[in-house]
Design a binder for this molecule. Structure first.
Ligand SMILES: C[S@@+](CC[C@H](N)C(=O)[O-])C[C@H]1O[C@@H](n2cnc3c(N)ncnc32)[C@H](O)[C@@H]1O
Length: 256
C-alpha cells in the first residue's frame, strides 16, 4: 500500500472514482443550449473509476507484446490525471519497466492550454485517491523533498512525479479529430479517448473522429468512458459499426 508518511490523512482522499473538477479548480463551465444545463467540461480524476486500470494495463502489454514500438495516445488528457494514472499503473508491471525502448512516451493532448500547463507541472494533489498504487519503493514514482521530515515526499499538499518519469509523458496541444486523424495506420495504437465524445460537435469533429477510428490498424485498442456511453445513445454500437469489438475490459474495444 502507498505509505507516504504517518502524517498523511487518508480521510482527505476523495472516494475512489469520484469525478472532480480538475486540479486547482480551474473549472471550465459551459452551457448546453439543448438541455439548458451547465456542464463542467474538464472534470477528471486520478484513476477514474470507469476503467479497471490493472486489466487495462494488461491489455496494453498484450497489444504491444510483439511490437517494436508502443503507440499510446491519450486525448483529451485534461490536467494530466489520466496519463499519469496510466503511467504509474504501468510502472507496476516489469514488462513495461524493462522495455523503455518500446514504451518510450505516452502522447497526451488537450485543446485547453490551461489544462496542459497544469499537467506539465507534474504535481499530484493528495486529494486524489491513490490507493490503486501498490509500491515498495515510493521514490521510484515520486520525487523526494530534502529536509522535509515526515512529509518527505509532500509539498503544498502535492506529490511530484519522479524526474525520471517526467519525460514518459509528452503533453501537446491538440484537437481530438486532428490527433486521431493523424494517428499511424500501419502500427497498432492504444487510444484513450475518454469522456469527451459528448462535447464534440455533431457536424464535424464527432464524425471525423469516428471516421478516423475506422482506419486504425487491426489490433488497436480504443478506451472510452462512462460519460460517453451515458450521454450518447447507442455509442457502443456506433463504435462496433466502425469495426471494433468489445473486450472483457470495461469501456475497451479492439479493432478487428
Ligand atoms: C471531461 S474531460 C476528460 C478528461 C479525461 N479523458 C478523463 O476521462 O478524465 C474533457 C476534456 O476534453 C477537452 N476537450 C474538449 N473538446 C476537445 C477537443 N475537440 N479536442 C481535444 N480536447 C477537447 C477539454 O479541454 C477537457 O479537458
Amino acid at each position: 500500500m502507498l505509505n507516504i508518511s504517518d502524517n498523511y490523512n487518508v480521510a482527505n482522499f476523495y472516494h475512489k472514482g469520484t469525478i472532480q473538477p480538475s486540479f486547482r479548480s480551474n473549472i471550465q463551465k459551459s452551457y448546453d443550449i439543448f438541455t439548458r444545463a451547465t456542464v463542467t467540461k474538464n472534470a477528471t480524476c486520478f484513476f477514474r473509476g470507469d476503467i479497471n486500470w490493472k486489466q487495462f494495463c494488461k491489455l496494453i502489454l498484450k497489444t504491444f507484446k510483439n511490437s517494436e514500438k508502443a503507440n499510446i495516445v491519450c486525448v483529451p488528457c485534461s490536467d494530466g490525471s489520466e496519463p499519469v494514472s496510466l503511467l504509474l499503473k504501468l510502472m507496476q508491471f516489469k514488462e513495461y519497466r524493462n522495455k523503455p525502448e518500446k514504451f518510450k512516451q505516452i502522447k497526451a493532448y488537450d485543446i485547453d492550454e490551461k489544462q496542459l500547463e497544469i499537467a506539465k507541472s507534474n504535481k499530484i494533489p493528495l486529494l486524489n485517491d491513490l490507493s490503486e498504487l501498490v509500491m515498495d519503493n515510493i521514490s521510484l514514482f515520486f520525487n523526494a523533498r530534502k529536509g522535509a521530515g515526515k512529509n518527505y515526499f509532500i509539498k503544498d499538499n502535492c506529490l511530484e512525479l519522479a524526474d525520471h518519469l517526467k519525460d514518459k509523458i509528452k503533453y501537446e496541444k491538440g484537437e481530438i479529430s486532428e490527433v486521431v486523424t493523424n494517428l499511424p495506420k500501419d502500427e497498432k495504437v492504444v487510444l484513450l479517448a475518454r469522456n469527451v465524445f459528448p462535447y464534440l460537435d455533431d457536424f464535424f469533429c464527432f464524425p471525423r473522429v469516428m471516421n478516423a477510428l475506422s482506419k486504425l490498424k487491426s489490433g488497436s485498442v480504443l478506451a472510452i468512458g462512462d460519460y460517453d456511453t451515458a450521454k450518447i445513445p447507442q455509442f457502443e454500437k456506433m463504435i462496433e459499426a466502425k469495426g471494433y469489438k468489445k473486450t472483457k475490459t470495461k469501456n475497451c474495444f479492439i479493432k478487428l
